[in-house]
Design a protein around this ligand. Structure first.
Ligand code: SF4
Length: 296
């Protein structure tokens, strides 16, 4: 079996930066005799989070942050309320690993909402990144799901009947086609109404775009495709959608143990298998999967 790893797969700039900051902060904490904790999982990769747990870096929530600890804030960012609570706790050292691309969205929505814009965020309303973004909006807003539907159209019509200044952003891991589709529909609903000011920002992360392009290209020329990453990782789930559209023999797992017997049988008969990995998947986990497939 020939195993091909997609270009631009695995750990992105933001996650590498977060892990480097975590390593640096936890070493410093040990040297100072202090406890280092992650506020929520640093990245959406349970295996990586578990490794840090074994090194003594626990995951805590805002209500159980130990006094005088070093607190590492995750790469997806936290809500403004959480940030303010952390800053108000005496004796803490806060190491903020929020990805600069996510921080940029925080700044954009804060500014535009203060300028009187109604903010539309396309994304998953329950994802920590989206919660962090919406918590910084200083006025009315809505979160719309990536898939356009009559419900979405109905609520957009209502918004446009009430507000004349509209601003749109997307969660960093969104699929560009979904965002473009939403913007197109909003423009169509506005039509020739010149009283509406509609502004948008391109907030989809380039690391995400490159991963999706490379994964899609590879999926269309291999017999089967493995998408490696945390089951709770949004960008891994989007990668899976992209490859599944190009290759129905695509499978998403966190590790070789996640491959079922049926899938293993199918892979054994494949001439070429591609691997792509979400932005929170370290090189070691990709290499482990490659070796496993080559051993079949
Ligand atoms: S996927 Fe993009 S936005 Fe998310 S952490 Fe990586 S670089 Fe930052």
């Amino acid at each position: 079996m020939k195993v091909i790893i997609a270009e631009n797969s695995g750990v992105c700039f933001g996650v590498r930066r977060a892990l480097d900051l975590l390593d640096e902060a936890s070493l410093k904490a040990v040297s100072e005799g202090r406890t280092a904790v992650m506020l929520g999982p640093l990245i959406h990769n349970p295996r990586v989070v578990d490794e840090y747990f074994r090194k003594g870096v626990n995951t805590v929530d805002i209500d159980s942050v130990p006094a005088h600890s070093v607190v590492i804030v995750r790469s997806h960012g936290v809500t403004l309320d959480t940030e303010e609570r952390l800053n108000g706790m005496e004796g803490l050292t806060v190491v903020d690993t929020t990805c600069p691309y996510v921080k940029r969205i925080h700044q954009l929505v804060e500014k535009k909402s203060m300028d009187g814009y109604f903010v539309i965020v396309m994304g998953d309303k329950d994802h920590s990144e989206v919660e962090g973004i919406t918590s910084r909006i200083k006025g009315p807003f809505t979160v719309v799901p990536p898939s356009y539907s009559p419900d979405v159209e109905g609520s957009l019509r209502e918004i446009l009947s009430k507000y004349k200044k509209i601003y749109a952003v997307a969660q960093t891991t969104s699929r560009p086609a979904n965002y473009e589709n939403l913007l197109k529909k909003i423009r169509k609903l506005i039509g020739t109404d010149r009283s509406v000011s509609f502004q948008t920002a391109q907030t989809i992360c380039t690391a995400t775009l490159r991963r999706q392009d490379s994964a899609g290209e590879l999926a269309s020329r291999v017999d089967a495709m493995i998408v490696l990453g945390g089951s709770n990782s949004s960008n891994t789930a989007k990668l899976f959608q992209v490859v599944l559209e190009r290759n129905p023999r695509s499978f998403m797992v966190e590790s070789p143990e996640g491959l079922t017997q049926d899938v293993l049988e199918l892979l054994k008969g494949a001439g070429t298998v591609g691997i792509t990995a979400g932005a929170s998947t370290p090189d070691g986990q990709i290499d482990e999967m490659r070796k496993f497939l080559e051993s079949l």
